[in-house]
Ligand binder design. Sequence first.
Ligand code: RIB
Ligand code: CA
Length: 309
Amino acid sequence: MPRHFIIDTDTASDDAVALIMALQWPDVEVDAILVTYGNLPVTTGSTNARYTVELCGKATPVYEGCVKPLLRDVAHAEEYHGPEGMGILGRLFPKRPAAEGHAVPELIRRCQAAPGEITLVTLGPLTNIAAALMIEPRLAEWVKQCYVMGGAANCVGNVTPGAEFNIWCDPEAARIVFHSGMSILMVGWEISRFDAVISEQEMQEIKAFGTDRARFTFDCNARALQYGVEFQAARGLMLPDPITVAIAIDPSLCTRRSWHYVDVACAEELTRGMTVVDELSVTGKRPNIEVCWAIDAPRWKKMLYATLR
Ligand code: RIB
Ligand code: CA
């Protein structure tokens, strides 16, 4: 029996690899891809998502969603991913157009039609999900399990000292989602650092697989690899989105996880988007989010390679 995924993404270089993993995994059916602003404007993310779907020989519908945060100005991350978000590949030219209809009502419709059956994976800012929850709060019950690539669990952020990009983009949206009652495992960007990093040597090994997917992965992540090493003290390419999809595919990949009260800082610019995890239960508030603290890094890499060969 296939497992049904819906993936919400701001498709730049690491999102594209995450999409490949899900699209290629044998018992996973990606029912729909929802695009949000984030790394890039929605239209560019949509182009990249549709190209990635076609690269995998699939016909998964790609719906375009929110173009900006609920309250704040939009910010993108071309400097990290490169022009068009695709490293040295630049602008891509998919054959198929985006699917008819907006991503937000489509998410509600699909989850209402299959309550308890859909795994939702979010790889970008949470604006689409928050908008859907504002329209239909029962979405939180209809989603079987949500895996959020976002946040930094009581550690350094990647866009400010305290915040990770996806949550920082729209902290109000994240707060709505985190307190919606949806069953969420939060995978912070820190999980993609250190042992989980794909070294430059490993990137060359991926390129040597010689498949279209492997070459695409190498080329579209060329800028992110360079940026991470130069500006984020990385020892190679960090792939937070593919790691989150890998955990959604095989939850045992997350080797240390625990439930905590988690809130999102919205008031001050300094702390905007911080995911504050009440690790010691000092607030006495009921846990609302499960946090991933560690993964099996060698097994994560084996899963990635299996979808690129
Ligand atoms: O902070 C990393 C996250 O922000 C990833 O999802 C990356 O694609 C960007 O969306
Ligand atoms: Ca992303």
